[in-house]
Design a protein around this ligand. Structure first.
Ligand code: PMT
Length: 403
């Protein structure tokens, strides 16, 4: 953080009627022991007095990009760098659009473009403006880029309409800011590639071979890595759980698709965690038409081996890269897992006996043993979220040691 003693929040106030409510955010943040700097747009100044923000924050309020600098050399850069969290509340449709498209034409839009701090926006606008496809597309773009968003809430709006568009309450926004200030940033700057879910190998246009993987384990890992600030790519087979926040998701269907995606993506990654359950075999032929049942006759399928993706990634391993695999076993857990650790050139393998209640496929918990070259540690039943924490802690330890 920029200041060891006090975390710094830069609060942008754009021209929504809720601008006056932002005063309460400043006051709450000050009480919570943070240093606050306020940037207002020209429109915000017409709705709330800069002097109020200045008095509450104890710092000059910045509005004009070209006003003589009060305390900093190049003000927008200085504030952008000083921020531990950058908040815009209220955030109008206009500032969201500018952020989404990299437009920097005033102090607020310029500073937020220059910051590397986590950004939180609290949108506030008329319901029709919020629901407009242009605003929704901008919101999606911003969320995909990792911008945090709170609200808008529903209720009676300043324009007299009732619907979605009210700025979230200052208390909630302050809580979210404090949460971001305290959040774990330990993987910021790292690129993490995670695989999750099953694959499907087509027999004919309506049938396929698959397994019981739900994707829960891999999605928990991706979500935790993203929450720690990593840039996460998640390559996922077909699952029915929601995509984790702040991850780039690549959807695949077959083991061959997964292989192609991994060969494309693996090179630039720092940590690769393969928790997917790719099918080891696929039908040698995929029937063009639905296979007809022939009464009393067995159906013979010839299966051919799929690529071992983890082994291929292991062969292409770059110096400093950490490769983590999983071993889903039903017998000889530790021996089989150790064999895979070596054969696939992994740095760690997460062994799970998928026959144990509360472990493996399609449950919310897992029971794992982490195995590395020189170490082995078994854990009791934990939620998949908790398992993701211990896997990432160990992966980070290995990553730091290998640098
Ligand atoms: O998705 P969930 O319902 O949450 O279930 C979680 C899980 C049981 C799928 C997960 O915990 C797990 O064990 N994942 C690995 C499943 C698996 O394919 O295990 P394996 O022992 O067959 O494979 C060993 C390793 O090689 C794995 O990292 C696997 O991703 C990889 N592999 C396997 C086959 C293949 N053709 N290519 C691979 O890269």
């Amino acid at each position: 953080m920029a200041d060891q003693k006090k975390p710094v929040v830069v609060l942008g106030v754009s021209g929504g009627i809720a601008a006056y409510k932002a005063c309460e955010i400043v006051s709450r943040l000050k009480k919570a022991g943070t240093e606050v700097h306020v940037i207002m747009t020209e429109n915000a100044v017409k709705l709330a007095a800069p002097l109020t923000f200045q008095t509450l924050s104890g710092n000059p309020v910045v509005v004009d990009t070209f006003a003589p600098p009060v305390a900093f050399e190049v003000e927008h850069i200085a504030l952008a760098q000083k921020a531990d969290v950058f908040v815009i509340a209220p955030a109008t449709a206009n500032i969201l659009a500018k952020m989404a498209h990299g437009i920097a034409d005033d102090m607020l839009s310029t500073t937020v473009l220059a910051t590397k701090a986590p950004v939180l926006v609290a949108p506030a606008m008329n319901t029709a403006m919020w629901e407009h496809p242009a605003t929704q597309a901008n919101v999606k773009l911003l969320k995909d880029r990792g911008v945090h968003m709170i609200g808008p809430a529903g209720g009676l709006l300043a324009c007299g309409d009732s619907g979605i568009g009210r700025m979230s309450e200052p208390e909630e926004i302050t809580e979210e800011i404090l949460h971001l200030l305290n959040s774990d940033d330990s993987m910021r700057g790292l690129r993490v590639l995670v695989t999750a879910g099953p694959t499907r190998e087509a027999i004919d246009p309506v049938r396929f071979i698959t397994n019981r993987s739900s994707g829960k384990m891999g999605y928990a890992i991706a979500e935790t890595a993203a929450a720690r600030g990593a840039e996460v790519t998640l390559v996922s087979g077909p699952v029915s759980i929601p995509a984790p926040a702040h991850c780039r998701v690549i959807s695949v269907e077959t083991t061959e698709d997964l292989y192609q995606a991994m060969m494309r993506e693996c090179r630039n990654q720092d940590i690769i965690i393969q928790s997917a359950a790719p099918a080891d075999y696929r039908p040698m032929e995929r029937a063009e038409q639905k296979i007809k049942k022939e009464k009393g006759q067995p159906l013979h399928l010839t299966l051919v081996e799929n690529e071992d993706i983890a082994a291929a990634v292991g062969q292409n391993k770059r110096k400093g890269q950490i490769l983590v695999g999983f071993a889903a076993e039903t017998e000889n857990l530790l021996d089989n897992a150790s064999g895979k650790l070596h054969r696939k050139n992994l740095d760690m393998i997460v062994a799970n006996d998928v026959t144990r209640p509360g472990a493996g496929f399609d449950v919310d918990t897992n029971i794992v043993t982490l195995i590395t070259e020189n170490h082995q540690e078994s854990f009791p039943m934990m939620t998949k979220k908790e398992v993701s924490e211990i896997i990432l802690n160990k992966a980070m330890e290995l990553y730091q040691a290998g640098r």
